[in-house]
Design a protein around this ligand. Structure first.
Ligand code: G3I
Length: 343
């Protein structure tokens, strides 16, 4: 009989998946079954984001995040927290803050309330998400504007205090880019020099059929591990659709909704692309296996193609096929090629 993903890679790294409300509340029983069978780590796709659980200064909605943690415990999963501090999806009131001490106390209240609530039950927290620009400089988020770069160390120190046993991560996209990698290394070294605890780096992996190159990914895995940190591949999916900015002569501002060039596979993925996707996944996992001593976890960003955020980004209402399971929860060629590496 065939092994599941989590069984096949059990001696290499954790195999995780981001889950949404319909899994957390167990209303989508097929999805729940798949999650339990194939994965041993979960990440909350949305329910632990600031804007979802802390919409106003003294208002918290812990209903879904409580259920998320309970779900993970019931299924015996490694439970990831995502994310304590992110410039996007914060309560809108946060964007009005002008005073550094006020901002600092809001951040303190948030991290204490959230990380404190689940103390001892979260395996690792994405403490800080997407704080860097593409050129490696610090993003001009409301946190940076109001507090300066001290907010970064503050977030990690608060998280370490609120949940001393949880691992603490910095998580971002395009972490394979040499300039962004240099920025991430600088950010991490600063934290380490100041004595703040950081345990790992999350490389979000929203990749495509053609990029990034395996070399760039590999250089980053090696560089982050050299800092003494665990490396996590945190948000893996591979788009098979064109992006507007790659289209010659197209204006980003152009409205592509309903456009055939932008949604070329509305009914099914042609075999040729299915195979390309499978080969891309195989190559990527071969690289992960080569560096399994450095990689702690590989997490897919969604249970199957149907629920992927990539159906709605950067254009709404497309039909994308970025994950190893199709819309009927059946394993795709990509799934077989990933597993074949362990045979
Ligand atoms: O369920 C709400 C509903 O209550 C609300 O009224 C309505 C209007 O906004 O939409 C629903 O919320 C949407 C939510 O997904 C749940 O489906 C949000 O609009 C939508 O913006 C949100 O998108 C999420 C996105 O982060 C922004 O938070 C995606 O599902 C999620 O996959 C994506 O994940 C991010 C990672 O956290 C960080 N890295 C990048 C990654 C992809 O963007």
């Amino acid at each position: 009989e065939t092994l599941s993903l989590k069984e096949a890679f059990s001696e290499d790294f954790l195999i995780g998946v981001a889950i949404n409300n319909r899994v957390i509340e167990e209303t989508d029983t097929l999805a729940v079954g798949l999650v339990a069978r194939e994965f041993n780590s979960i990440s909350p796709e949305n329910v632990m984001k600031w804007g979802e659980l802390h919409p106003a200064p003294d208002v918290y909605h812990f209903d879904l995040s409580d259920k998320y943690v309970a779900f993970g415990e019931k299924k015996n999963m490694h439970i990831i927290g995502h994310t304590l501090l992110w410039h996007s999806q914060i309560g809108s009131w946060m964007n009005e803050v002008k005073d550094s001490a006020v901002m600092s106390s809001y951040i303190e209240n948030h991290i204490n309330a959230v990380a404190g609530r689940y103390k001892g039950r979260i395996y690792g927290w994405d403490v800080l998400n997407e704080a860097l620009n593409e050129d490696g400089s610090l993003r001009e988020s409301i946190f940076l504007k109001v507090m300066g770069e001290d907010y970064i160390e503050r977030a990690f120190s608060l998280a370490a205090k609120a949940d001393p046993k949880a691992e603490l991560y910095y998580n971002d996209y395009n972490m394979w880019k040499p300039e962004k990698r240099a920025g991430a290394i600088k950010l991490i070294k600063k934290l380490q020099t100041k004595g703040a605890r950081i345990d790992g780096v999350g490389m979000q992996a929203h990749w495509s059929l053609s990029g990034p190159s395996l070399e760039d990914i590999e250089q980053s895995i090696i560089a982050y591990a050299e800092l003494g940190l665990k490396v996590m591949i945190t948000e893996l999916d591979i788009t098979v659709l064109p992006n507007p900015w790659d289209l010659e002569g197209a204006e980003i501002s152009q409205n592509f909704e309903g456009s055939e060039i932008m949604n070329p596979f509305p009914n099914q993925l042609p075999d040729s692309v299915q195979i390309q996707l499978a080969e891309r996944y195989e190559n990527i996992f071969r690289l992960f296996l080569k560096h399994k001593a450095k990689i702690d976890r590989v997490t897919f960003w969604g249970v199957n193609d149907k629920v992927s955020w990539l159906n709605n980004w950067p254009i709404k209402g497309r039909t994308n096929y970025p994950l190893p399971f199709d819309r009927a929860f059946e394993p795709k060629k990509a799934y077989e090629r990933i597993l074949r590496l362990k045979k």
